[in-house]
Design a protein. Structure first.
Ligand code: G4P
Length: 525
């Protein structure tokens, strides 16, 4: 380990819509980092064939990834060993809240686009989340081995829909099902299916004529020259500022363009950046350990009923056994068995540096949004809850399981799978989610992990807002006047439940002394 400020760390997320090839690309990245020894290894595990990130039952049933997890691997780059921390994100837009929180813990992202499908509504939404978080993006246009690729159309589509400058880093040769290879526009290396990479001197290298079909080489020369002239050159600053995205064409399945992508993450993607916190931002080269919990996952191993908090380290050199202060409660917590996550294994972490993610097993003490420090009273910011767009009551099929249901709902709310509201009137809790799929995950996990059979009933509410007022008496008066529409969230914060958006704006307009918020900062909980 050569640095202590995490300069050799690349902590990034992969975002994509379902089926674009995120799982395949993740496998190939892990493979190229030596974290998996055979590409077949992940597939060979029968029912568990998906990469570790896809371990949940419902994901296996539906073939989508619904929770985020972490995978670490190392790779040499220009004589230095870089540590890559890859954070998986759910592809489905119903989980964009989870994606948002994961993006608080990364320094950059790779956006995977299916060449045949282009930018879809879901990708756009995920991209907007990245933009909100100021996360710079490298784009990987996947499945170039398939027919019907139109590289220019894709470049223009990405530029238009995402309002970004694009710069192609390589260029695919041969289309319409006759994929011949990729030409690297910067290093001039030609990669072809099942052949060793060929270093060339440029597009005018006469060897190209021997290596590609006459048609392919003619198109490559013409198109690549146009691409180089038509789009801006790579501008490292613009990429890091989030206004330009370097674009790689490739095929995760056939391992084309994957090495170039990983090298680019090494060369271009930012190392740990200062993290916003209150009252001051925390720089990665500060000596004292500070980090925050961006995710809590219960029952990762169903046999052990474990509960793991994922902490992103933002500064200092963490050592196993350290006592850290949970700033929100003032409690000291000894971190004796921190975990690193590799492709298929977990390992005890003896030391960790800024940019690293460690798993901290705990029994419900650590919560999403918590800050851990060596004593300083700072709080990392920017980890919100979002107002739910769907509210439901949960009905138990076996009424003797009330206690288990409450535990389960609390755990799931803690993970951020759902939110939980306790109405002031009546005893039936209300769960809130941003997308329909979250409800299905909830029911499936209640059954699989808590043995609780339940179903949803409509709640008479459609949306929720957190309330606040500068004068407590006015807030109390508001709440007393609307007991049937009032609830508390898990932290006891008052929440107004509205029948619909019309009612929400009606009440909002008539209550000038009350603030209605669609998000709540978790760090200040
Ligand atoms: P996801 O995690 O983003 O949902 O995508 P995943 O990797 O599961 O890939 C979705 C499908 O696309 C898979 O096919 C996968 O094999 C295929 N795929 C991924 N990368 C490429 C590529 O570069 N070229 C081509 N032609 N296909 C690619 P599937 O039939 O749904 O699953 P499987 O049974 O083959 O795994």
């Amino acid at each position: 380990m050569t640095t202590t400020n995490g300069a050799d760390r690349r902590t990034f997320a992969i975002i994509s819509h379902p089926d674009a090839g995120k799982t395949t690309l993740t496998e190939k990245l892990l493979l190229s980092g030596g974290a998996i020894h055979l590409a077949g290894e992940v597939k060979a595990r029968g029912a568990n064939r998906r990469a570790r990130s896809d371990w949940m039952k419902i994901e296996q049933q539906r073939g989508i990834s619904v929770t985020s997890s972490v995978m670490t691997f190392e790779r040499a780059y220009e004589g230095e060993t870089l540590t890559f921390n890859l954070l998986d994100t759910p592809g489905h837009e119903d989980f964009s809240e989870d994606t948002y929180r994961t993006l608080t813990a990364v320094d950059s992202a790779v956006m995977v686009i299916d060449a045949a499908r282009g930018i879809e509504a879901q990708t756009l939404k995920l991209f907007e989340v990245c933009r909100l978080r100021d996360v710079p993006i490298i784009t990987f246009v996947n499945k170039v081995d398939r027919e019907g690729l139109a590289p220019y159309a894709l470049l223009d589509e990405i530029a238009d829909k995402l309002a970004l400058d694009v710069t192609p880093m390589n260029w695919p040769v041969g289309m319409g099902g006759l994929f011949e290879g990729l030409f690297d526009l910067r290093t001039h290396v030609l990669t072809r299916p099942d052949q060793a990479p060929e270093p060339l001197t440029g597009l005018d290298d006469p060897r190209l004529d021997a290596l590609l079909s006459a048609d392919g080489v003619a198109r490559l020369r013409e198109e690549a020259e146009l691409a180089l002239a038509g789009y801006g050159a790579l501008d490292h600053e613009a990429y890091r500022a989030g206004s330009q995205t370097p674009i790689f064409f490739g095929s995760a399945l056939r391992e084309y363009g994957v090495e170039a992508l990983i090298d680019a993450i090494g060369a271009l993607a930012p190392p740990p950046r200062p993290q916003p916190a209150s009252p001051r931002a925390i720089a990665p080269d500060e000596p004292n350990v500070a980090g925050f919990v961006f995710k809590v996952q219960a029952n990762m191993n169903p046999q052990h009923r474990d509960r793991i908090a994922f902490m992103r380290l933002c500064s200092g050199r963490f050592r196993r056994g350290m006592k850290l202060k949970q700033v929100q409660t003032g409690k000291a917590i000894a971190i004796n068995s921190p975990i690193f996550f590799f492709a298929q294994d977990r390992e005890i972490a003896d030391t960790a540096l800024p940019g690293d993610i460690i798993g901290i097993p705990n029994h419900g003490v650590l919560r999403v949004g918590d800050t851990l420090t060596e004593g300083e009273a700072i709080a990392f910011t920017g980890i919100p809850n979002f107002a739910p767009e769907i509210l439901r009551r949960v009905r138990l099929l076996d009424p003797t399981k009330t206690k288990q249901l409450r535990t389960a709902l609390n755990d799931m709310a803690e993970e951020g799978v759902t939110q939980l509201f306790k109405p002031m009137v009546g005893s039936q809790w209300i769960v809130g989610v941003v997308g329909q799929l979250q409800l299905e995950v909830l029911i499936s996990r209640l059954q699989a992990e808590y043995n609780v059979a339940a179903e949803f009933e409509p709640a008479p509410f459609e949306t929720a807002r957190w309330l606040d007022a500068s004068e407590p008496a006015k807030l109390k008066a508001f709440m007393d006047g609307r007991k049937n529409a009032m609830a508390e969230d898990r932290d006891g914060a008052p929440v107004f439940l509205a029948r619909d958006n019309w009612e929400l704006s009606y009440v909002n307009e008539r209550s000038p002394d009350i603030r209605f918020s669609a998000t709540k900062e978790r760090a200040h909980a």
